[in-house]
Ligand binder design. Structure first.
Ligand code: C5P
Length: 227
């Protein structure tokens, strides 16, 4: 079977990572969550007081980028790779609403993107990869054999994210979650460097009315046609 690159882009909380993980498992591919990479850099910036609600010390972050080492290590129990920031597993810490509130600001910095894209190229150079994010089909791997662009209504997405955060014990309101999703979509789609947009040759999957299994089967079928 031919090994290909599968790029899954789309708005926040469309279920990209769920389907990307399922697909990677089924095909024996590597899954890379690029959102986790931007989230880990954001966590680093928060830990070093480079960003808060009042300020963003962009130059300080840029000057510290060489200190940030991101790695993925496969967790056999969970069945996917988790992200490590300078040797520490930060998979849970990066999923909080506070990280979500700053991540789009950090992800808009060209120097941050350049560093992430370089690592993403290295991760994908052998193909056999499912990568999800915002610019995978447009910037990171414009040559990807299969490009999916996922959408769902803001309400559906906020409901999913809200349920996830509550299940993890976070103290958040539905209003905060929907506001964050809408704000991130706006910033991600309007930034100058690598804005979120559908690649011309991407296939749109609107999963507002698809359950996770229907969505998986649909995308698996598309992948099988390319392999
Ligand atoms: O996918 P997730 O929601 O975890 O991504 C968090 C944020 O990281 C996005 O809202 C976006 O600002 C940024 N991101 C990006 N480019 C990617 C992946 C994520 O700018 N390829």
């Amino acid at each position: 079977m031919k090994k290909i690159i599968i790029a899954i882009d789309g708005f926040s909380s469309t279920g990209k990572s769920t389907v990307a993980k399922q697909l990677a498992k089924k095909l024996g591919y590597v899954y890379v969550d690029t959102g986790a990479m931007y989230r880990a850099v954001t966590l680093y910036a928060m830990q070093h007081n480079f960003i808060s609600k009042e300020y963003f010390k962009k130059e300080k972050l840029i000057n510290s980028l060489a200190e940030i080492k991101l790695e993925f290590h496969f967790n056999t129990e969970k069945g996917f790779a988790e992200i490590y920031l300078n040797g520490k597993n930060v998979e849970n810490e990066i999923r909080t609403l506070s990280v979500s509130q700053f991540v789009s600001t950090i992800a808009a910095v060209p120097e941050v993107r350049k560093m992430q894209v370089k690592q993403q190229h290295e991760l994908g150079e052998k193909k056999g990869i499912v990568m999800d994010g915002r610019d995978i089909g447009t910037v990171v791997f414009p040559q990807a054999e299969l490009k999916i662009f996922m959408t769902a209504s803001a309400e559906t997405r906020a409901k999913r994210r809200f349920d996830e955060l509550i299940a993890k014990g976070e103290n958040v309101t539905f209003q905060e979650v929907i506001q964050n999703i809408e704000e991130r979509d706006k910033v991600d789609s309007s930034r100058k460097d690598s804005p979120l947009k559908k690649a011309e040759d991407a296939i749109v999957v609107d999963n507002s009315h698809l359950n996770p299994d229907e969505q998986f089967q649909k995308i698996l079928q598309l992948a099988k046609e390319k392999i």
